[in-house]
Design a protein around this ligand. Structure first.
Ligand code: AMP
Length: 979
């Protein structure tokens, strides 16, 4: 095509325009010459002989262009063409000017090569107002020289496209101007635009359309799409070219939703998603019921469970079956040792976290009792992963019944036990026996003895040495013989303060595991040396000092010796009568009050084992007791498995009395062996810093645990916890131990949600309990947990513990709510005496509430006993449908009545005051963000609305909904449930 002046140029432009121009959605056009047609109205200076407009009809449409071609004027050219006022968008400080033009080759104009130019200039001028037709070139700044990439030779048309940037714009608008200085130019198109980053969704966050900044990246904050959240505010950057780069703060779909395209879609039925994540919904795992749409978890089928630590994606598991082929094999009968072994259950319930625990019962005739601490299990009696355990320190001729139970992470959810048992009797071939007593040294006032025992003897063997003067002592009843008794843990002794030249009868017996002497004692006579004349006459046995052996306890006993028996003196002599009296032989199954020990240290030594502090590593403070800090730590006794422990310490500066009080807890705890009583590992008493070491309970105190998991546990789980506490209390009451301070704060919870009774003080009972209040009957009492007779006249019995257990039941079912809310102690006592009782907590099974109310009967004889409580709770757990009937619940009563009014009785002044009163302050922001700022609006809310503002936990949802219900019924009055 040959170029024939401006008209040709216009045609060409249109043609090109039709083929190549495409609109980019991220370009916001401020001016388009092509679109303006004849209305362009651009200013020319000079008006004549400079730039000219031409038009052409093409396909029925008019098209315009500007051209100038004064190449041969010797006087030089300066022709201006100025656009109309271009309004600027406030954020668009940088605009693009796209020009389409042709420039004619100067060589095609004969004789004009001196004056002809092949470039023209682009100018711009900013202004806040449209200055109309006034044009002053001095106000324009040069933006660029526009040079063609290709000039058009004769017979050619070469269209150039150039885009120039006009930057740093700040005023309301601007003009562009094209300065021709003697070229042959046709301007086909001028398009002025700025760039934007378009509205977009990236990483489930939506970002608004944003004008590209002139200088650098522009930071833009976004918002997560519906049903998505992110920890950090989503961010992205808009480049100067209008491109989004570097998105940050990825949004993730809420539980129950999965990302599909740029949105979060509800999980379909039969699938679930339990966490905030960018993952997809997963199909319900094995042994679950199909879920409904939007499910967070697929519920387990009946008879299948999930352990608290199981991820929701794992299959629900069944309970294990019982261990197989349990057998007891005698290894060393002489040392009272046997090996229990068994095979894993046939059915593990699909779990790999099986552990075994071994129980031991010893029967002497018809009387059976738990073996307690009297036998030793290696490596341990519970938490076993292996299927073999060694049991030692067994006694001869007793029947032992061993049970082995297989438990998995889900066993806690069912009362069904998977255990096998085996009964065996040990016939010791060679019980330890004293075979000889030797005199090692003697003086006028002392005798040093040692004795031999038929091997093998456990190193822990202790001995009883009794001695008396051989002749009768003046002034004593002949029917009575006074013995001095020493308990020794070595087979040597030096007895001092004896009379010279006097014969003494010594009898040595091996003590059995219960601390009672066996029937195998040996008796010998030894005399002190003849009196040294220089020494005074000592005629009375004053006692004994011990040299070689460690003397543990000295008591003087009076033996009533019947002549008849005396005359038939045998090994089973009168001394044995004392020790084998029915009282003495009675199995140690009642609790021994450490106070009855004259020396409290002896009580600690008897009931607790000493640990070397080097075997204890403290890791972290987890609580504060009355005597000092409580630590989490590790106990590593050589030859034993490392165990996590809690370490109670005694703070420096203690008095001896405080030390004894501190250790008395160990003396008490050490007497108990039960899976629902906190287990004592041992004590440190021989070093400056006394410590009590117990098993570690990962979830800490029950009251706090419940508050932290409000609404997250089912009634079945809560009743399971109560069953454990009741079982522990049954054990204590069987041992005639009265706890006196049973409350959820004194129950500890482990990782498997097993509950164990703790806090066994003595003189410190209640002293360290912040709930302890001084009463008129003296002493500190936690009023809200204590039975009326114990408050009134300190009648503390297992029946008063049952009352406290009822309060613990209430605390548990109310997720750690404070009993009687903020009523004063005085009000509590008054209303109890008037026959009022706590009302049923929300969602409390009727059967559970009835049991609580029974625990609170005024007549303590009518209250259930712990064995009854355990069996009632077990029955409820065996038939979970019995938990379905829910006790009547009155929100106005059960949720701290101020839900109908503020603290001073007036209606609530604000939404936050109301939320605080029902302990739901954590949702204040949800209410305000949803625009719920007045109590009138609150009253209009339906359950669905509460859910929609983000209250998802069922317990919280109910609490808020019930409270609103209560608010609506202003006629009700505050009352505590009367029984
Ligand atoms: P106490 O002096 O027994 O009341 O203990 C004070 C606090 O220490 C308790 O409230 C628990 O939080 C914590 N604590 C005590 N014993 C244990 C334990 N065996 N395992 C875990 N935490 C414990």
């Amino acid at each position: 095509m040959e170029y024939r002046g401006p008209r040709d140029a216009l045609f060409f432009y249109l043609f090109i325009n039709g083929v190549f121009i495409s609109l980019q959605n991220k370009e916001e056009v401020l001016l388009d010459m092509k679109a303006s047609g004849a209305e362009l109205g651009w200013l020319k200076s000079p008006d004549e002989n400079g730039w000219e407009i031409s038009q052409q009809v093409l396909n029925g449409s008019l098209h315009y262009n500007y051209f100038v071609c004064n190449v041969e004027s010797p006087s030089g050219q300066e022709n201006w063409l100025r656009t109309t006022f271009i309004q600027r968008q406030p954020a668009a400080s940088r605009v693009f000017v796209e020009l389409r033009f042709i420039v004619r080759d100067c060589n095609t104009f004969d004789g004009a090569s001196q004056t002809c130019k092949e470039t023209f200039n682009l100018f711009a001028s900013e202004s806040d107002v449209d200055i109309g037709t006034s044009f002053r070139k001095g106000q324009f700044r040069k933006v660029a020289t526009i040079a063609p990439d290709e000039i058009s030779h004769r017979g050619e048309i070469k269209i150039n496209t150039e885009t120039k940037v006009v930057d740093g714009l700040s005023r309301k608008g601007f003009y562009l101007a094209f300065q021709d200085i003697g070229a042959c130019v046709a301007l086909f198109s001028v398009r002025v635009y700025y760039k934007t980053c378009p509205t977009t969704v990236k990483g489930l966050a939506s970002f608004p359309e944003t004008v590209a900044s002139g200088e650098a990246l522009r930071k833009v904050t976004g918002a997560c799409v519906e049903n998505a959240v992110s920890e950090d505010q989503p961010l992205i950057f808009c480049t100067t070219d209008g491109e989004w780069v570097v998105p940050m703060g990825q949004c993730q779909c809420l539980p129950g939703y999965e990302p599909v395209d740029d949105a979060c879609r509800e999980c379909s039925s039969g699938s679930f998603k339990s966490a905030v994540s960018s993952g997809r919904c997963e199909a319900c795992p094995e042994n679950t019921e199909p879920s409904s749409p939007g499910a967070l978890i697929c519920p387990c089928k009946e008879g299948f469970y999930r352990a608290p630590t199981d991820p929701s994606s794992t299959a629900c598991s069944g309970l294990p079956s019982e261990p197989l082929n349990l057998a007891a094999t005698m290894t060393t009968a002489a040392a009272g040792r046997l090996t229990l072994s068994w095979n894993p259950p046939l059915d593990t319930g699909g779990r790999s976290d099986l552990v075994y625990s071994v129980t031991c019962e010893r029967c002497e005739g018809a009387s059976c009792q738990s073996c307690g601490e009297r036998v030793r299990f290696e490596p341990a009696s519970s938490g076993l992963h292996e299927t073999v355990v060694t049991v030692s320190e067994l006694e001869p001729h007793l029947n032992y019944t061993f049970g082995v139970e297989a438990r998995s992470g889900v066993s806690q959810f069912s009362s069904r036990r998977a255990s096998s048992s085996v009964t065996t009797t040990l016939h010791f071939t060679d019980p330890p026996k004293v075979t000889s007593i030797q005199l090692d040294e003697r003086s006028t006032t002392s005798l040093s003895l040692s004795w031999s025992v038929r091997k093998p003897v456990p190193i822990t063997t202790r001995y009883q040495l009794m001695f008396r003067r051989k002749d009768s002592i003046e002034g004593t009843d002949p029917a009575v013989t006074t013995y001095t008794v020493l308990f020794l843990d070595k087979n040597t002794v030096q007895v001092t303060d004896l009379s010279p030249a006097t014969a003494y009868v010594f009898r040595v017996q091996v003590l059995n595991a219960e601390g009672n002497p066996g029937s195998d004692g040996l008796e010998r006579e030894f005399s002190t040396m003849t009196k040294d004349p220089s020494q005074a006459n000592t005629s009375v046995i004053l006692g004994a000092a011990v040299g070689g052996g460690a003397m543990l306890l000295v008591v003087v006993v009076v033996l009533l010796l019947h002549r008849r028996r005396r005359s038939s003196h045998t090994r089973q002599g009168p001394e044995d009568t004392y020790f084998s009296s029915p009282e003495q032989l009675k199995p140690l199954k009642t609790y021994v009050d450490p106070h009855t020990y004259e020396d409290p240290n002896a009580a600690v030594l008897r009931f607790a084992s000493e640990i070397h502090p080097n075997h204890i590593t403290k890791q972290k403070v987890i609580g504060a007791g009355e005597f000092g800090e409580v630590y989490r730590g590790i106990l590593k006794v050589p030859g034993r498995k490392e165990t996590a422990v809690a370490i109670k310490t005694l703070k420096p500066g203690y008095s001896e009395k405080q030390r004894q009080d501190f250790l008395s807890e160990a003396s008490i705890m050490g007497q108990f062996t039960h899976e629902n009583i906190i287990r004592l590992e041992g004590v440190v008493t021989k070093f400056k810093h006394a410590m009590i070491v117990t098993e570690y309970m990962e979830n800490g105190a029950l009251d706090k645990y419940l508050k932290d998991h409000d609404g997250e546990m089912s009634s079945f789980q809560l009743v399971g916890m109560l069953r454990g506490i009741a079982a522990g209390m049954k054990y204590l009451s069987d041992m005639s131990y009265v706890h006196r301070d049973l409350a959820a704060r004194n129950i500890l919870v482990n990782i498997n949600l097993e509950c164990k009774v703790s806090d066994f003080g003595l003189s410190r009972v209640l002293e360290d309990d912040p709930e302890g209040t001084y009463t008129t009957s003296g002493g500190k009492i936690p009023i809200r947990w204590t039975a009326p007779e114990a408050i009134a006249y300190r009648k503390f019995t297992s029946a008063s513990d049952v009352w406290s257990f009822g309060i613990v039941m209430w605390e548990v079912m109310a997720f750690g709510e404070r009993p009687y809310w903020d009523m004063s102690n005085h009000e509590v006592m008054k209303s109890i005496n008037e026959g009022f009782r706590l009302p049923a907590p929300m969602d409390c099974p009727s059967a559970v509430y009835q049991l609580m109310v029974q625990c609170w009967l005024q007549d303590r004889a009518k209250r259930p006993r712990f064995p009854d409580i355990v069996s009632i709770l077990e029955k409820l757990l065996k038939s979970p449908e019995s938990l379905k009937a829910i006790a009547d619940f009155d929100p106005r009563v059960s949720i701290r009545l101020p839900s109908t009014s503020g603290p001073d009785g007036s209606p609530f002044r604000s939404v936050s005051e109301w939320l605080e009163s029902i302990k739901m302050s954590q949702y204040s922001a949800n209410f305000s963000c949803a625009g719920i700022i007045s109590m009138d609006q609150v009253l209009q809310m339906k359950t669905e609305d509460i859910k929609n503002i983000g209250v998802r936990l069922p317990g919280h949802l109910k609490r808020i909904a019930y409270s609103i219900l209560g608010l609506k019924d202003q006629t009700s009055t505050l009352s505590v449930f009367a029984v």
